[in-house]
Design a binder for this molecule. Sequence first.
Ligand code: GAR
Length: 210
Amino acid sequence: SFPVVVLISGSGSNLQALIDQSLQGNLDIEIKAVISNKASAYGLERAQKAGIPTHALSHKDFESREAFDTELAGLIDHYQPKLVVLAGFMRILTETFTRRYEGRMLNIHPSLLPKFKGLDTHQRAIDANEAEHGVSVHFVTAELDAGSVVLQASTLIEAGDTADKLAQKVHALEHIIYPLSVKWFSCGRLELKDGLAYLDGKPLPETGMR
Ligand code: GAR
């Protein structure tokens, strides 16, 4: 089946969603390895429980972003994945790295892109008095959180929603749309052409499917 490498930095609930969907037969991928830039990431335990090889590669052991990314690319390429999945991977990647995997690397970002690139998205959406918030899956390109969007899901921001509450709502959506996006890619339905995402040969709108 379809070889994938997943990069994480934390809890790995999106990784878990991919594992679960594969086990349930809804997603025909093989997660060859899970790599974290933090040795303490709980997602590494999730991977080990699922029998997936894991690596902790701390960016702190490298003197530059370039040196870290070179080592990371070497590790990834060892597994010959057809897709690299960023699932809560909280490192900015160099242009050399993003170019190497252009068209075969997806990220999930907790906002309705192009709104709220970067960090702290839930609190920023509340502070901006947004009526709705959500999550985007996008192809990774050199510019942070700016690659072509594949799929978005949204939720209303209700009175009394805190950043934590919103994060929970968004996570529930993430666990639906990330496995679906990965499925589209692994089936050959999804591709990046000239910087634009295509589903079944048709260009997706700027905000992806919603
Ligand atoms: C997710 O909410 C994901 O959208 C976000 O990190 C969380 C990881 O959760 N990603 C980013 O903020 C990327 N800049 P998880 O470890 O439970 O999958």
